[in-house]
Ligand binder design. Structure first.
Ligand code: UDX
Length: 433
């Protein structure tokens, strides 16, 4: 497996790896050391004989990537750029690893344009695993290939203040097509595409994108990290234990992007004006900052016992499964959305970038949450933030639907993985003939 560098990409690969080991696969999971470090402790000891982490040696000088940065989720943006450059310059090293380990199949991220041709040169078939949603992927292919045709849903669109994302999206789609062309014809297995998600949620988009591309999109299931069952209780979780059932909202915007000062103000005042308790994970591009300098003046004094501000990182899945959490103010990164669905947590959607607005529209479409609409200039308004939190969390506005989605996903179990395992086994055995 060769995921892309970001934390939101490598974790679904690890979850897929874990599932596939139960079906008899041995997995090499290859990435840069700094990326692997973010997941090393997440491999259960009983799987250490079935999953091997393989570090990709990077063509980079230690001055460019100081060793004190251990994981990608703490990496400042300018160093992330360096890491991406070094990654793209390490093709030869990846090829050497393929020659050394000789896998029967390469599973790669579609953000890696250069990996499949290297595998194909060694007669190793490859399959794409897309970690984004099917709604987003189908929307992208739709606008790229046939924008005049009817899209399966008219709810799924960018709002006017998000128009710049459409250009970025089309640029991505163009890239994808180039990559496909780069290896077309050599690889017999490329008629299937693995995608993170479930037919229970996105059935019609999975069908649509399969028809549009002529490839069979096979969903791998929600692939949600189970909350680690460390018994050691943190101060944060003890604080949450004291709150009433479903009274607290978890506020977090993923591992890659940072809130603008205006969005920060809108969220801070919105939380104070709402009737919910809150845990807010705040992240900044700078490494050393004082919260007082970054949050609105006087905010920290007003929080009191109602809220906890966590700087940098919090154990998201452990918090989401907690019975006293009643909602999730989220940017709608696809992992966060799936975690909410799986654990039955209503979403207050505050999308910020690229795929997140489209995921947020899906959240509303399936009835699992409500989006905070920005004003005409794209600004977040504190009153609106508070009103949506109150409707979704305090008044339990979407609870019945969220419980139903959770029940359907639970019932589905690992059904989709069985199908994926059969498909992959068949590709591996064909390549051995
Ligand atoms: C990125 C893109 O931003 C997103 O748009 C895309 O859909 C996936 O890739 P990211 O921003 O990291 O993802 O968000 P998300 O997909 O939600 O993944 C974040 C992951 O980090 C989740 O699994 C979440 O549980 C975890 N996390 C995040 C924590 O455990 N603690 C935190 O404090 C923040």
């Amino acid at each position: 497996m060769f995921p892309w560098l970001g934390y939101g990409h490598i974790t679904p690969y690890l979850e897929l790896a874990k599932k596939l080991t139960t079906k008899g696969f041995f997995i090499y999971l290859c990435s840069t050391e700094i990326t692997l470090s973010s997941i090393r402790t997440k491999i259960p000891p009983n799987l250490s004989n079935s999953i091997e982490l393989v570090p990709l040696p990077l063509e980079v000088s230690p001055d460019d990537l100081p060793e004190k940065y251990h994981t990608t989720n703490g990496l400042p943006p300018h160093l992330m750029v360096k890491l991406k450059e070094a990654f793209d310059n390490s093709k030869q090293n990846f090829s050497s690893l393929l020659q050394k380990h000789k896998p029967d199949l390469l599973i790669f991220d579609f953000l890696q344009p250069w990996a499949p041709p290297l595998a194909e040169a060694l007669n190793i078939p490859s399959v794409i695993f897309i970690t984004s949603s099917s709604v987003m992927t189908s929307f992208m292919f739709h606008h790229f290939s046939d924008p005049g045709a009817e899209f399966p849903s008219e709810n799924i669109r960018f709002r006017h203040y998000e128009s710049r994302f459409m250009d970025e999206l089309l640029a991505n789609a163009r890239d994808c097509e180039e990559r496909e062309k780069g290896s077309a014809g050599v690889n017999m297995s490329r008629e299937i595409v693995l995608i993170k998600g479930s037919r229970e949620i996105e059935g019609r988009y999975i069908e649509y994108v399969s028809g549009l591309t002529g490839k069979r999109f096979v969903p791998v299931g929600p692939l949600v990290q189970e909350p680690d069952d460390q018994k050691s209780s943190s101060e944060l979780l003890s604080w949450l234990d004291q709150k009433e059932a479903k009274s607290t909202v978890f506020v977090s915007f993923g591992s890659e992007y940072f809130l603008s000062k205006e969005d920060m103000d809108g969220i801070a005042h919105g939380l104070l004006q709402s009737k919910a308790n809150f845990i807010w994970v705040v992240r900044f591009p700078e490494t050393e900052v004082l919260l007082e300098d970054k949050l609105p003046e006087g905010f920290l004094d007003k929080v009191g016992e109602r809220g906890k501000i966590v700087q940098g990182w919090a154990p998201q899945t452990r918090i989401l499964v907690h019975p006293n959490v009643g909602g999730f103010v989220s940017h709608c990164g696809w992992n966060s959305v799936m975690e909410s669905f799986k654990f039955g947590v209503p979403i207050v959607a505050v999308p910020m970038h690229l795929d997140q607005p489209i995921n947020a529209r899906l959240v509303e479409e399936v009835g699992a949450g409500e989006e905070v609409l920005r004003d005409g200039d794209g600004r977040l308004n504190a009153e609106t933030v508070a009103a949506v939190i109150n409707r979704v969390v305090v008044e339990d506005g979407v609870r019945a639907k969220v419980d139903e989605i959770k029940a359907r996903l639970t019932l589905m179990g690992d059904g989709e993985i069985d199908e994926v395992a059969r498909e992959l086994m068949s590709i591996c055995s064909k390549s051995l003939i």
